[in-house]
Each structure stands twice: as C-alpha cells, then as structure tokens.
Design a protein around this ligand. Structure first.
Ligand SMILES: [Zn+2]
Length: 301
C-alpha cells in the first residue's frame, strides 16, 4: 500500500488453517517477503490484520477462529526479524475501523464506532482520531455485547451475544430453526435439501416470505439496540459499517436505524450512519492505516 491508500501490489494464498502455527507463520513470512521483494519501492513497515483476540500491544495472537494453530503466538517478532521491518498486528475489525477513519466512510469524523457484520460481528473504536485499544489491546468486541442472557450460545462461551443473534452465522441458525419449526415458509424449498443457511433465508425474504423477513428484521433491531447502547456510552459522531451483510440493505439496516434512534438519547441521537466504501479492501487498508499510525507516532518493533 502507498501512504495515500493505493494498493500497489496484491498477492493472495489460502491459509493452511489446520496446519500448525509454524506452517502458517512460514506462509505469512513467505508471502510478505515476496511482496517486499517485488515492491516498486522498499516498504517501511508491515502490519497483519487477523480475526480473533489479538494482543496488539504485545504483538501476539491469543486465539483466532480462522487459524486454530495460532494460539498465544507472538507474531510480530518473527515477522519483523525475517523482513527486517517494523511489524505490527491488529484485530481485523479494529484495523478496519482505523482504515475507514483514514481512507473511507469515517474520514470526516474524529470519533467513530465501526462495526463489521459478516460471518461474525466485530468492531473497532476510533476515539479522538486514534484507534482505542484498551488495556491489553482487546477493545472493540462489539459482537459480544449481551442482548439476551437466555439467548443462543455464542462462540465466546456466553449466551445471547449480538454475534449469536444478528451475524451471518446467527442467520444460518435462525434459518435452521425456522425450517424445523415446520411453520409455513418457502425456506425449505429454497434450501432444496441442503442445511438452510443465511443466504437461503435472505432469498426467501426477498421472495416475499414474511417469516424469513421477520427473522432478518429482528436481527437488525437487535443490532440497533447493541449499537445504540454503545452510542450512549461513547457519543461517537458516526457509526461506520462494513462486511458481507451490507447486501441485506434496508431489510436489516432499516430496523437497526429505528431501534438505534429509539435508544440513543440526548446528543447521541444525532449519530451518523455511514456504510463502508472500501469493499473487499477494508482489511488491507485497515492494516496499512494501523502501520501508518504507528510510524507517525514513532513506533516500531
Ligand atoms: Zn459472544
């Protein structure tokens, strides 16, 4: 990436997710070395954005759903040593928050709550123009705000988290429950014998299935309650939203806006909602923004 947010070079490879940490690390270093070697100008830093719990301050992945081998693994030190560059790491959603702030939908604001809605729900906080990391670099876990203590269980071990109620994974669960309830819905036909998933649910809803639509609207409503609670705590200027569920449009985000507005009071009620303009490059631009912020602050490991 250039400083201005232009993608100069792109290389992609499948993560050997089930291989051990060493194999994944070897691939990460190999890919980064290749890009650094082929770059038109020598890079000044690199940053890895990764899903999961990331201790950004210690440069360590605590746990990542996409790479089970990465458990309590120091990542920046070996990468920095191999590339002879300052190396940084950040949770992908926190990186996305900073990327939106520098290059995207959050560029007009100093205080943003960023939420990524996709398979899971992640988040990041930009406060006073900087990424807020908290005491151990773990801040921004918006997906684990609990909205229903008696609700479905979540990957994190709690019940009724926003992620367990309103993410892509939650939609798959909602679709399965709807089909097994036997209530009148075209969902089973659309799934055609496959286990019903979130995509089937959305297709049923767009074809006029009221029950499927009600599931999506309910999830949007809950997303608004979670975000509204955060808005009341943090009083951001804007909420920026990225991720695969943007395709759901008003069916999901309409109820979100309504419940958010009903919850947010006083000055918080005027919060702007902005959808990401960065598309698939949110992670890339986010990682670049994280590295740039460290370099500007004179940091480096
Ligand atoms: Zn959770």
């Amino acid at each position: 990436m250039s400083e201005g947010g232009e993608v100069l070079m792109r290389r992609q490879a499948e993560t050997p997710a089930n291989a051990g940490a060493d194999a994944i690390l070897e691939q990460v270093v190999g890919l980064l070395s290749m890009v650094a070697g082929e770059s038109p100008e020598p890079p000044e830093a690199c940053c890895i954005a990764i899903a999961g719990l990331v201790d950004a301050i210690a440069g360590r992945v605590i746990i990542s759903p996409n790479a089970p081998g990465f458990r309590n693994l120091g990542l920046t030190e070996p990468v920095s040593r191999a590339l002879r560059l300052p190396a940084f790491i950040e949770n992908d959603a926190s990186a996305a928050a900073l990327g939106e702030h520098r290059f995207g939908a959050g560029r007009d604001f100093n205080h943003i709550v960023h939420v990524t809605v996709g398979t899971g729900i992640g988040g990041g906080l930009v406060l006073n123009g900087h990424l807020y990391r908290g005491a151990r670099g773990l801040a921004g876990e918006i997906g684990h705000i609990i909205l229903d203590p008696a609700g479905p269980s979540c990957n994190c071990g709690s019940r009724g988290c926003l992620e367990a109620l309103a993410s892509g994974t939650a939609f798959a669960e909602r679709a399965r429950r709807l089909v097994s309830s036997g209530r009148s819905s075209i969902l089973a036909d659309i799934a055609g014998g496959e286990p019903p998933n979130g995509e089937h649910l959305f297709r049923a809803a767009t074809q006029g299935d009221a029950l499927a639509e009600a599931e999506i609207r309910n999830a949007g409503h809950l997303l608004g309650l979670g975000l509204g609670s955060l808005v009341n705590v943090l009083n951001p200027e804007a909420i920026t939203i990225s991720g695969g569920l943007l395709v759901l449009g008003d069916m999901y985000f309409g109820p979100m806006r309504e419940s958010l507005a009903s919850l947010a009071y006083g000055p918080a009620a005027g919060v702007e909602i902005r959808f990401s303009e960065l598309g698939d490059d949110t992670g890339l631009l986010g990682a670049a923004a994280v590295a740039l912020e460290y370099l500007e602050q004179g940091g480096g490991s």
